[in-house]
Design a protein around this ligand. Structure first.
Ligand SMILES: NC(=O)c1ccc[n+]([C@@H]2O[C@H](COP(=O)([O-])OP(=O)(O)OC[C@H]3O[C@@H](n4cnc5c(N)ncnc54)[C@H](OP(=O)(O)O)[C@@H]3O)[C@@H](O)[C@H]2O)c1
Length: 349
């Protein structure tokens, strides 16, 4: 084969545009690309490695002759069109929450559970952005010491809610600085009843609320972590907060290890060489991860590792990663690279 025919669904979006950038940088053999979006963007011209590519309206037959389809156009679009793509022989990597918890659908972060790819039936789910960076940071420690419990508080960038949310943060901040009125329309959740100011104002709501008071984002972090780590006994809880940052999520993670013997130096030494992790942990020299430095990078930056002084085998860490790259586009393209390397880029019979 000369290369894969690749479709990007949601090519004009915050994730889709990064998906294109990641494909351009990837060593994946690519014969052609097709950019798909809604009717609104059909006819728009985007680039691939310098050449013009005209955005097409998504229809089921868009997937004829496609080998790989990367979806990031919302859960409803994935539910409707991902099965159409698989039916036509394309392997789908889906960025939405549509299939993540479905039995038989691998939910993959290559640094953590690449082996799950062997079981794919044509569709692989990309986890939630906030979950990905946390499991990349915790998995190397879990491999050595086991993991019993995780309590995470997130500080998530507005780009997690798409291009309209980035625009709202910019416009609203500008309006407030100018002393003008601004009517929020997107955040915290575009489809929810009320909208609140995000500029200069963190919001403790990401996605809609469940009946038990947890937000759906918190629910995703809890259940996706258990699925990715294949450990239903792992105790996980989360508080997810949207902060006035454009790109890159930050997370304060408290965790309890199963085995004795860990200390800060040992955890630092494990993370120094862990795949996908960059250790930035030198408080004396004020070195710790920052969102502005993580933007545009594929890694997860980890620092502020401290022992819990009140409880044995328990620690804190702080991790930061570009939600649009490792949290979405890069993780998807990385999955595609691994499918290629493992000779799994095909829909099984
Ligand atoms: N942002 C993140 O950090 C992140 C991380 C992980 C997963 N995700 C998921 O990825 C998806 C997209 O997120 P985003 O942040 O990129 O949103 P976005 O910036 O709002 O972009 C949405 C994309 O979907 C396309 N689209 C919308 N409705 C469509 C339809 N009916 N048919 C075909 N295309 C349609 C849009 O095309 P038009 O230009 O035609 O409107 C656009 O390309 C969401 O499901 C989100 O949950 C996002």
């Amino acid at each position: 084969m000369d290369g894969y025919n690749v479709a990007v669904v949601g090519a004009t979006g915050a994730v889709g545009t990064r998906m294109i950038q990641m494909l351009e940088e990837s060593k994946l053999p690519i014969a052609s690309v097709k950019y798909l979006a809604s009717k609104r963007s059909a006819g728009k011209v985007l680039k691939f490695k310098g050449a013009d590519v005209v955005v097409e309206e998504l229809v089921p037959d868009s997937f004829n002759n496609i080998n790989l389809a990367l979806f990031s156009a919302g859960g409803g679009v994935s539910k409707k069109f991902a099965p159409e793509a698989v039916k036509r022989g394309a392997v789908v990597v889906d960025n939405t929450s549509a299939f993540r918890m479905e039995e038989g659908v691998p939910l993959v972060v290559p640094e953590v559970n690449e082996d799950a790819l062997y079981k794919h039936k044509g569709l692989i789910a990309n986890p939630n952005c906030s979950t990905i960076q946390m499991v990349v940071a915790l998995e190397p420690l879990r491999e050595v010491y086991g993991l019993k419990k995780v309590i995470v508080t997130t500080m998530q960038a507005v780009s997690g809610a798409g291009n309209r949310a980035i625009q709202e943060l910019h416009d609203e901040t500008q309006a407030i600085l100018n002393g003008e009125e601004y009517e929020p329309q997107v955040l915290p959740v575009s489809g929810d009843k009320k909208h609140y100011q995000i500029a200069f104002n963190p919001l403790a709501q990401i996605d809609v609320f469940e009946d038990d008071g947890y937000s759906h984002e918190e629910w995703k972090m809890i259940h996706e972590t258990k699925k990715i780590m294949a450990d239903q006994d792992l105790q996980v809880t989360a508080t997810c907060v949207r902060v006035p940052v454009a790109v890159a999520h930050s997370e304060a993670v408290w965790f309890e290890l199963e085995k004795d013997g860990a200390d800060v130096a040992k955890l630092q030494s494990i993370l120094k060489t862990a795949p996908g992790v960059v250790l930035q942990d030198d408080p004396k020299n004020q070195i710790y991860p920052q969102a502005v430095n993580a933007e545009g990078k594929k890694d997860t930056f980890v620092g502020r590792i401290r022992a819990d002084k009140e409880q044995a085998n328990s620690f804190h860490l702080y991790c930061v990663s570009d939600n649009l790259l490792k949290g979405a586009a890069w993780n998807s393209v990385q999955i595609a690279e691994r499918l290629h390397a493992l000779n799994l880029m095909r829909v099984p019979d």
